[in-house]
Design a protein. Structure first.
Length: 317
């Protein structure tokens, strides 16, 4: 079974220009990407869409994958006979609450799509010895469609496809890992890369139409990029997007970890581009954080969040 890291034969990245969140046009672009990259057939498959639903703190929804982007992907999969669910484990709150607060639930209204909170988990020990609990639904679906938002990130410089898998880690463990390893970017990025080996067949489709830049993962400003990217190899997608954004690969601690391991997709020369190449897709105006710093979570906020999750899990059964 193809893992999230892909193999050398799958280091192909589809890059396209897309200026708006018009759903009908998005579906056409998704179809073009799916066919061009020969992505998996989905008829009768259980497909989980994993957007970035980090928080409802900003009601403009900018730090999250756009609702119309998610809905277009869901409609495309439904049209091709898939069973579709959408879920995440936000840093703050629960997935359904975030989707409702930032308008994603409205975009999905009327579609036979299940909105799920990541609750049941499976414990794994990663290659570096760190233990994580990962959402069972993300591990047991037939196809995991990763829908990252293109944004700057104060701890990893940018947040693209590989970083978005971290949202499958459940509950308090995610902020704890941010705090425990955040002062040492190499350790934290090693955890993110180790996660890739856990997942079933995956596809990543990145929302780079309106990005968040200057800061992140929640604070920051909007910048219109007008870009979509897709690949079955998230490492290759990230490598390509760094070039599109005008960010030197060596600036990214996550790319450096992938390159250190010689992962397929980390070498820019080993990626093929059946549509636009990074030079043709290059954008201007995207600014990374002026300084790197760990994502911080106040201990009291962590404790309150853990209590809320416990009671939510009891009363949602």
């Amino acid at each position: 079974m193809l893992k999230a890291g892909g193999d050398r034969a799958t280091a192909a990245v589809g890059l396209l220009r897309q200026e708006t969140y018009d759903r009908s046009v998005l579906k056409e672009k998704i179809d073009l990407l799916w066919r061009t990259l020969a992505l998996p057939g989905v008829r009768s498959c259980r497909v989980l869409l994993k957007p970035n639903l980090i928080s409802a703190k900003r009601r403009d929804g900018l730090p999250c994958t756009h609702g119309e982007f998610i809905a277009a992907m869901a409609e495309y999969l439904l049209d091709h006979g898939a069973q579709v669910a959408v879920g995440d484990s936000p840093a703050f709150g629960r997935a359904r609450g975030v989707m409702k607060a930032v308008g994603i639930a409205d975009c999905l209204a009327g579609l036979p799509v299940e909105m799920v909170n990541f609750e049941a988990g499976v414990d794994h020990e990663l290659a570096n010895g760190v233990r994580v609990r990962v959402a069972r639904v993300a591990l047991e679906c037939d196809l995991l469609v990763n829908l990252p938002k293109c944004k700057a990130h104060c701890q990893t410089l940018v947040s693209l496809a590989v970083k978005n898998y971290f949202g499958t880690v459940l509950g308090w463990r995610k902020p704890w890992l941010h705090m425990r390893h955040g002062e040492r970017p190499e350790e934290f990025c090693a955890i993110l890369v180790d996660l890739l080996a856990l997942f079933p067949t995956t596809v990543s489709l990145l929302d780079g139409i309106i990005a968040l830049h200057r800061d992140g993962p929640i604070n920051g400003e909007p910048v219109h990029l007008g870009v979509m990217a897709a690949s079955s190899n998230p490492v290759a997608l990230d490598t390509a997007m760094l070039q599109v954004l005008g960010v030197t690969t060596q600036q990214s601690p996550l790319w450096r970890e992938c390159h250190r391991r010689n992962l397929p997709g980390a070498d820019p020369a080993g990626i093929v581009y059946p549509l636009l190449d990074p030079v043709a897709a290059r954008v201007s105006g995207f600014t990374v954080p002026s300084r790197m710093r760990p994502v911080s979570f106040h201990p009291r906020r962590l404790a309150v969040g853990a209590i809320k999750r416990f009671y939510a899990s009891i009363f949602s059964r």
